[in-house]
Design a protein around this ligand. Structure first.
Ligand code: 3PG
Length: 211
């Protein structure tokens, strides 16, 4: 079943931004996150093993809802659809990328950080937008200001979001979920400390409200 981006975001206390360097980490990392209550996963296309990692997680971690992040081109869209990604995310919304997203009917969170960009993307039918880089682009005050004239445009702020400030974002009426890398700290992943990742995911899911 294909979930809309709004349904995906509503089901996620947060969406972890994941960078996988070693393919062997993919499945145990995803299992730890899902065990901890974080099920919607964004595996970024920033490493050569990213698409293989996505395929392995989809094949081996049935509880995970696996999407891809850092999509930049039409080829990235084709690759992600072929790999079976449930959704895609981008830091921006260049024309070539968005044409491919539309042609594939691919559930997608395009990136933006201004009212004009948000209005254009909402007009094009995107239900949820990635607000990026959230803290550098004005954070909670900026999103709060946008909610007054544009209450129907929903966001997933990402970039500088942490367990300390996530609740401030989630309290806004135009924020459906948040994204961030804090549940996948590099040191724990490199040490294979999956229990620590699971505990961090659980702490996060409980703090932000299990969905
Ligand atoms: C990213 O694309 O790397 C995300 O914006 C993650 O940002 P964070 O590391 O500040 O959570």
């Amino acid at each position: 079943m294909t979930l809309s981006t709004l349904e995906l975001c509503q089901s996620a206390p947060m969406i972890p931004v994941i960078v996988i360097n070693d393919l062997a980490e993919a499945v145990p990392l995803a299992e730890a996150l899902v065990d901890g209550g974080i099920k919607v996963l964004e595996v970024t296309l920033r490493t050569p093993v990213a698409l293989d990692a996505i395929r392995e997680i989809i094949a081996s971690v049935p509880g995970a809802v696996v999407g891809a992040g850092t999509l930049k081109s039409a080829q990235d869209v084709s690759d992600c659809v072929a790999a079976g990604c449930a959704f895609g995310v981008s830091p921006g919304a260049p024309a070539g990328l968005m044409e491919a997203v539309a042609a594939e009917h691919f559930p997608f969170l395009p990136g933006c950080n201004s009212p004009t960009e948000a209005m254009s993307l909402a007009d094009a039918g995107h239900e949820v937008l990635k607000f990026f880089p959230a803290s550098a682009a004005g954070g909670v005050p900026m999103l709060k200001a946008m909610s007054a004239p544009l209450p129907d445009i929903k966001f997933c702020p990402t970039g500088g979001v942490s367990l300390d400030n996530a609740k401030d974002y989630l309290a806004l009426p135009n924020v459906v979920t948040v994204g961030g890398s804090w549940v996948v700290p590099g040191a724990q992943v490199m040490d294979g400390d999956w229990d620590a990742i699971r505990d961090l995911a659980r702490e996060t899911a409980i703090a932000l409200g299990n969905r």
